[in-house]
Design a protein around this ligand. Structure first.
Ligand code: PMT
Length: 406
């Protein structure tokens, strides 16, 4: 089973309702956590009669709320519903299925379900006669018509001692079902199966233990690109310089670096497996030739520090670019912007360069907005107005998708 890759970092919200099969929730949580998923659990009060919230909290490493208000505090059902990548209700009792079909909201699980913005799956668990009752059949059909996925029930020995249909699917099958769902969702995305590296943020180059050379990059532009690539299905490795900015996107693995050399090492080791590289980082071009191991003391009126060139990451990647790799660079200038951008496109063997200029108001370092022009290796030039960095990232990713098919 290839569940490992699919569930890694995914946020799974497990709703447990009242059924003897609630004990299987413990195994289900263990399997999901083992696959790298982040699991939050909510229970109905009836479920808590079958297995304790403490057991499920211990396994999921998260509190397990049961009621709309617990311990004098209100459980935010809307935020829980929005947090999840997928909500799974397992076991889904006949009662819970009926309430979901009707949109009733008399417990926390129902409130979260009605607030959930993510795909919903449910694994029914009940006795055979209940399963075949026309009311249950019609409720299940309703849930399917809402776009929810029903995880098939199994046949076997039931809680009543009878044999027949209605048993909840085994935890392993539920995990596989989830992995398949995530695989399918990903398959429809234009960059699914692609690995992308994005550099973002500044680098710092040490002078001594207390001082360094750096620049004003916040990392916002690069992070927005990483998120847009991940939304398009790419598996993104974000090589991020020192900045308080971060991303919680589940399709992104962040590798933190400080210096140009560390960024170079992090990118070049990953490069052979990458299909797309976007270099949005503001990498220091020079670093002190010698880093003092003790704080430099104040002395003469002037202090001279010898600087040496840092490795040019993008040029190194361009020099060894494979036929299937796409390399996108940035160009940040204050003057002669187009001339310098085209020179970098050519000399660094890029497929596309994103030009932004500090001469444009609202563009460049630290703003939430940017104004870019894209030049590609086929001679196309596209200018965009000032936009949010998220919208700029969308334009860049659309251009990358076009370049893939060019
Ligand atoms: O991070 P923000 O605050 O959101 O700001 C965004 C940004 C202004 C930093 C971004 O939009 C941007 O322009 N990034 C590139 C800045 C830059 O260093 O440009 P450059 O023209 O000096 O470098 C050209 C290209 O070579 C860049 O893709 C750069 O990442 C790369 N480079 C540069 C030097 C070096 N040693 N190695 C490199 O890979």
């Amino acid at each position: 089973m290839d569940a490992i890759k699919m569930l890694q970092g995914k946020k799974i919200l497990l709703g447990v309702s009242g059924s003897i099969a609630a004990y299987k929730a413990a195994t289900l949580i263990r399997l999901l956590v083992k696959e790298g998923a982040e699991v939050k659990v909510i229970m109905t009060p009836a479920a808590a009669d079958f297995i304790t919230p403490l057991t499920l909290a211990t396994l999921s490493k998260n509190e397990v709320p049961v009621n709309i208000s617990d311990h004098n505090s209100w459980n935010n059902h809307v935020m829980l519903g929005r947090w999840a990548d997928v909500m799974v209700i397992a076991p889904a009792s006949a009662n819970t299925i009926a309430k979901m079909a009707l949109g009733l909201c008399d417990n926390l699980l129902q409130a979260v379900y009605l607030s959930a913005a993510c795909p919903v799956m449910f694994a029914p668990a009940m006795d055979e006669d209940m399963w075949h009752h026309p009311a249950t059949r019609s409720n299940v059909e309703k849930l399917i018509s809402y776009g929810h996925q029903q995880i098939p029930v199994a046949s076997g020995e039931l809680a009543s001692g009878l044999f027949g249909e209605g048993r909840m699917a085994e935890p392993e099958q539920i995990v596989e079902w989830l992995a398949q769902h995530l695989r399918k969702t990903n398959q429809n995305k234009p960059l699914s199966g692609k690995t992308a590296i994005v550099t973002a943020g500044p680098t710092i180059e040490h002078i001594d233990p207390v001082r360094y050379i750096s620049n004003h990059s916040s990392g916002k532009m690069g992070i927005a690109i990483a998120e847009a690539l991940a939304d398009a299905g790419a598996n993104v490795q974000l090589v991020l310089g020192p900045t308080p900015q971060q991303t919680a996107h589940t399709g992104i693995t962040t590798i933190r670096v400080q210096t140009a050399q560390e960024m170079f090492d992090a990118v070049t080791t990953r490069y052979p497996n990458a299909g797309i590289v976007v270099a949005a980082a503001a990498v220091a071009d020079y670093r002190p030739a010698n880093v003092a191991d003790k704080k430099i003391k104040k002395g003469e009126a002037q202090l001279h520090i010898d600087l040496e060139k840092t490795p040019d990451i993008l040029r190194t990647l361009g020099d060894s670019k494979g036929p299937q790799q796409l390399l996108i660079g940035f160009s940040l200038e204050t003057n002669n912007e187009k001339e310098y951008a085209l020179k970098k496109l050519r000399e660094k063997h890029l497929d596309m360069i994103v030009m932004n200029s500090l001469a444009d108001a609202g563009a460049g370092f630290n703003y939430d907005t940017n104004k870019v022009t894209l030049f590609d290796k086929h001679g196309n030039e596209r200018s965009f107005p000032l936009k949010s960095k998220q919208a700029v990232a969308q334009d860049i990713v659309s251009a990358i998708i076009e370049l893939q098919h060019a």
